[in-house]
Ligand binder design. Structure first.
Ligand code: SF4
Length: 331
């Protein structure tokens, strides 16, 4: 097994991936693969914290695996796995539950939001998922976790759980560090909410140029810029955030400069973005098509990923059993 430091990151298999997933997560994962041993989890147990259709789950997992590989996750370098295939995730989560005060979880902002948005679907899994998330990370003793700015509180909770476990049972887990992505979070086309399938405000990774333009052309920009002659502020414009994810440095700088001086209109700015976005997505879409034509290979990658992930997970759990006094029963 590689001696490189480890990274864990996960994305839920909740349907087609969009450019927010790409720029906020996968785009930042790809360069980490040379420096670290990266474990990328398709976190199906987390996807079950909202209402889901069992008949769609397998397809969503395979599509997620295809999308990640098409976007640059290399199964030769990294481990691509499905969370539920390594039962040590939930086993460790249970043990972490026993050291995590209820008060810590009730403060998690996403729990409050989800409770507010779905008052009829509030359950223990929704409350407890940050503990499973902590288990996902520390099961692999990940040194680094690539996160978006909205996930920093979750990682801080993981670090608190680690300190509590180590304090009770002895130094076992390192405290994982956050690695913030280079691209700020891309919001939905409404420019206000998170990019989300349920809000119908996404550009998907497999969309055509015409489909993307239809969405981009009406996407919200700097709302203070009412007329073409008004100077804009790229720092508060979601289209400019997209530029940072897809465009060349030259075009990013030019658009920012000309936006501020009203030298460019929003439509022209969006057309420049469209060109870069399509150029980035086309090779990805070609790889998606190739992988879809050989799904047996994708299943094999996930099966190999399970074995490699479990090898690390079992080593960690052997240490945990020793710390909590049940080692002899697990020999
Ligand atoms: Fe946004 Fe570009 Fe319009 Fe400026 S010119 S407000 S960066 S879309």
């Amino acid at each position: 097994m590689s001696e490189k430091k480890r990274v864990f990151s996960g994305v839920q298999p909740s349907g087609r991936l969009h450019i927010g997933n790409y720029a906020g997560a996968i785009f930042n994962w790809v360069p980490l693969q040379d420096e670290y041993l990266c474990i990328f989890g398709i976190v199906d147990y987390h996807a079950m914290t909202v209402r889901f259709k069992p008949e769609e789950m397998e397809r969503n997992i395979i599509n997620a695996a295809i999308d990640y590989m098409a976007a640059g996750i290399d199964p030769e370098k990294s481990i691509l796995m499905v969370q539920s295939t390594v039962p040590e995730h939930t086993e460790l989560a249970w043990i972490l539950n026993t050291v995590t005060p209820v008060g810590w979880l009730s403060r998690v902002p996403t729990f409050k939001e989800k409770k507010r948005d779905n008052p009829d679907y509030v359950h223990m899994g929704l409350f407890d998922y940050p503990v499973l998330m902590a288990a996902d990370i520390i099961l692999y003793k990940a040194a680094v976790v690539p996160v978006g700015d909205d996930q920093v509180p979750h990682l801080e909770l993981t670090r608190e759980i680690v300190r509590r476990f180590n304090g009770y049972f002895g130094e076992t887990f390192p405290e994982p560090k956050a690695k913030l992505g280079v691209v700020k979070r891309i919001l939905g086309l409404d420019g206000t909410n998170k990019m989300s399938k349920s809000l119908d405000n996404c550009i998907y990774l497999d969309e055509t140029k015409d489909e993307i333009w239809k969405k981009l052309s009406t996407a919200v920009t700097d709302t203070n810029r009412k007329r073409r002659t008004d100077p804009g502020n790229p720092d508060i414009c979601n289209i400019f955030t997209m530029h940072k994810a897809f465009s060349t440095k030259e075009d990013i700088d030019r658009c920012a400069r000309e936006c501020r001086s009203a030298g460019i209109g929003c439509i022209d700015c969006k057309k420049t973005l469209l060109g870069h976005m399509v150029a980035a997505l086309e090779p990805l879409q070609q790889r998606q098509r190739k992988l879809r034509a050989k799904e047996d290979y994708v299943y094999q990658v996930l099966s190999d990923g399970k074995k490699r992930a479990q090898e690390i997970a079992q080593q960690t759990m052997a240490e945990v059993y020793e710390r909590i006094g049940i080692k002899r029963f697990h020999n």
